[in-house]
Design a binder for this molecule. Structure first.
Ligand code: FAD
Length: 277
């Protein structure tokens, strides 16, 4: 059986055009750390600009209809866009898009308008903030609290091992909305402005990725940041991570992993692995 991928001459012509377009706009001299370390500010700014230009083409959601901000492309042309982006060996381009289907399903019309179009235009960086130091696999045991106060929620807690090479605009955050209710029926998901007062982000050198830690200290968010109802968080969070279970994510790619391990071990031996904040 032939497992080779074959493209038609028209598809190859499309690829050549896409490649030329990307190479003309790609910022030069971009240093991509092999181990998913956070990017410096200048690199972030240049890559954000490139990302916005991809978004303007609809290429961040190539299969979506054009009226929704996509490019309306066939599956084959969508794959070509994805292959050409991957070929550039850039960081993940800064968004964790797993929240988008969840907002589409559970969000209000206003939330869909507020978050999805700017994300598809490449303007938003969103981190997925579910894991805590003492509740990774056992996600139902999270401790971060969201307490209702009038029209707001007050968020307190700490998230650990979060992926984020770019600084975030939003934090897709799982929190306990009522500790008296049974586990899994006591959670809500919030889309929180990452620049809200009371949020602190720290970075700790780890082997690869997941180096960000987010602390919420009396963070006040409007109740319209809650997605779905106060007790639907488990279902929404499961939907958000479902995409990781079986999709072909860039992270299964070996690229950088071996280099990252070697670099990490060298730094360890030389005592150069201080925690950074
Ligand atoms: C590269 C990377 C990126 C990440 N990015 C993010 C991110 O962006 N956002 C985010 O929220 N999280 C992120 N995480 C965290 C990730 O979701 C957690 O690492 C994961 O949920 C596992 O949690 P843990 O590391 O605490 O392992 P643990 O929960 O301690 O589990 C360790 C092992 O013990 C097993 N185990 C645990 N409990 C039991 C039990 N009761 N019975 C039997 N076996 C058990 C597990 O199956 C596993 O094999 C990232 C992690 C990595 C490695």
């Amino acid at each position: 059986m032939d497992f080779e991928e074959h493209y038609t001459p028209e598809q190859e012509a499309f690829r050549a055009a896409v490649r030329g377009w990307m190479e003309a706009r790609l910022p030069g001299n971009i240093y991509v750390p092999p181990d998913e370390k956070p990017l410096d500010q200048e690199t972030q700014a240049r890559l954000r600009e490139f990302r916005r230009s991809l978004g303007a083409q609809g290429w961040l959601a190539p299969a979506w209809p054009t009226e929704a901000g996509g490019a309306g492309l066939s599956p084959a042309l969508t794959v070509i866009i994805q292959e050409e982006i991957r070929r550039l060996h850039l960081p993940s381009l800064g968004d964790n898009p797993r929240w988008i289907p969840s907002i589409m399903t559970w969000g209000t019309d206003e939330q869909k308008r507020r978050y999805i179009p700017p994300a598809v235009r490449g303007e938003l960086i969103t981190w997925l903030c579910f894991t805590e130091a003492d509740s990774g696999t056992d996600m139902a045991a999270i401790q971060t609290q969201a307490v209702r106060e009038g029209d707001d929620y007050l968020i307190n807690g700490a998230k650990a091992f979060i992926t984020g090479q770019f600084d975030p605009d939003y934090l897709w955050t799982l929190a306990v909305t009522d500790p008296r209710r049974p586990q899994r029926l006591n959670l809500g998901v919030f889309m929180i402005d990452a620049r809200s007062p009371g949020i602190t982000i720290r970075t700790q050198r780890l082997l690869r990725g997941s180096e960000r830690f987010v602390f919420f200290d009396n963070v006040r968010v409007s109740s319209d940041c809650l997605v779905g109802t106060p007790y639907l968080g488990w279902e929404i969070a499961m939907g958000s991570v479902a995409g990781e279970h079986g999709e072909p994510p860039p992270r299964v790619d070996e690229r950088g992993t071996v280099a990252s391990i070697i670099q990490y071990l060298k730094e360890e031996r030389e005592g150069k692995n201080p925690n950074r904040s």
